[in-house]
Ligand binder design. Structure first.
Ligand SMILES: NC(=O)c1ccc[n+]([C@@H]2O[C@H](COP(=O)([O-])OP(=O)(O)OC[C@H]3O[C@@H](n4cnc5c(N)ncnc54)[C@H](O)[C@@H]3O)[C@@H](O)[C@H]2O)c1
Ligand SMILES: [Zn+2]
Length: 343
């Protein structure tokens, strides 16, 4: 699980390709990234190296796009010694990794994540996959790239909203395992939006090392890795209820962490002052709202269908102290209804 944090990804890529004697490269990116980084990407294209530009957005992380990529890989006669180079956010990365893991029983791939979320989360941990029939990430596997190049200068072109999205997962790392990191991030949120180089670099480096250390202990997601789901139980419920339209993933996770911390407070797992600390940090990023009864029932239905559940109980990762979480599957519906209707 090699991740290299680099200053000039284009130069590093060129060196890497020469050093490894990679003869055939198949680049997958999306239209937005291509438009922004065309000049750099084009320098990799030649008679052996090809380019596939997908439509941007979650709605294209599906079997139809995979089909188009497979066809193009065959057209260009990419063999098992070919290498896929994914340049993009989590959508491109998940799809390109999935293609790499299945084409000709698996070919090598290199990841270049270009969003904050993909640099701190989706490019780490080997989960690759696509959505199917409206279900997120239901088709996929675990497949690790040859290497991942993280270049923070991609943040320059990223929207403020995409920063929020990555921040959700970054703050999550602090809350689940490293309270000092949470405190650091809390006092540097404005600098993240201002794209302060030093703060962004620290946030990304630390997040990668936290996620890597968790994944290394539980590569196939059987135990410890589940703590990464803090904020994701309620978060997924809210995302699904709004059909992935109103909130993007990171925003829904921010809301999820607030509501789940509220549950923890109600259950006496954390005290009110720690809850307030979390609330005051997260609420300015994405404001919570009171859901009405019908909305709450629908959100809970979505939560019940979550693939993380066992035996019909909704699983939760809840804070139990500063920078500490525990796993629970005995949270009553009454308490979930109360918190969703209360904030
Ligand atoms: N594999 C995992 O472990 C894992 C973990 C978390 C999330 N994910 C997946 O990641 C996906 C979300 O990833 P995302 O948030 O990166 O979304 P994304 O890939 O859709 O990127 C968001 C938007 O930013 C644009 N973009 C990308 N890089 C840019 C840049 N440098 N400058 C300007 N615009 C840029 C993209 O074209 C897109 O429009 C979801 O599909 C989710 O399921 C996977
Ligand atoms: Zn997430």
């Amino acid at each position: 699980m090699e991740v290299q944090i680099v200053k000039n990804v284009w130069l590093e890529l060129k060196e890497y390709i020469i050093e490894r004697d990679i003869k055939k490269l198949f680049i997958i990116t999306d239209k937005n990234i291509y438009n922004l980084y065309k000049e750099n990407i084009d320098t990799f294209i030649n008679k052996n190296n090809n380019l596939f530009i997908m439509e941007p957005g979650e709605e294209h992380k599906n079997i139809h796009t995979v089909h188009l990529v497979y066809k193009e890989l065959l057209n260009k006669e990419i063999d098992r010694d070919g290498v896929i180079l994914s340049i993009g956010g989590g959508v491109v990365g998940d799809l390109a990794g999935f293609v790499a893991s299945t084409y000709k029983r698996g070919i090598r791939y290199i990841q270049v994540p270009t969003t904050l979320l993909s640099q701190v989360d989706s490019s780490i941990g080997g989960k690759v996959g696509i959505d199917f029939e409206g279900y997120k990430n239901v088709i996929g596997s675990f497949y690790f790239p040859m290497t991942t190049f993280v270049d923070t200068s991609f943040m320059k072109t990223l929207s403020q909203r995409e920063i929020t999205c990555g921040l959700g997962e970054i703050l999550k790392y602090g809350l689940i395992i490293d309270y000092d990191f949470f405190k650091y991030m809390r006092s540097n949120i404005t600098k993240m939006y201002e794209k302060d180089k030093e703060v962004i670099l620290h946030a990304i480096t630390k997040s990668i090392s936290i996620k890597q250390s968790i994944v290394e202990k539980d590569k196939l997601d059987m135990g410890l890795r589940k703590i990464l789901n803090f904020g994701h139980t309620v978060g997924h419920g809210i995302e699904s209820y709004y059909k992935y339209k109103i909130f993007n993933h990171g925003e829904a996770v921010i809301l999820g962490m607030v509501y789940e911390s509220y549950i923890a407070k109600e259950k006496g797992l954390i005290d009110n002052s720690y809850f307030q600390e979390i609330f005051k940090t997260l609420n300015p990023l994405v404001q919570t709202r009171k859901f009405n009864e019908e909305e709450i029932n629908r959100i809970i239905d979505y939560m019940k269908n979550d693939k993380k559940n066992k035996n019909g109980n909704i699983s939760f990762v809840l804070p139990i102290g500063k920078g500490k979480v525990g796993m629970f599957n005995n949270i009553g519906e009454d308490i979930i209804k109360k918190i969703l209707g209360d904030r």
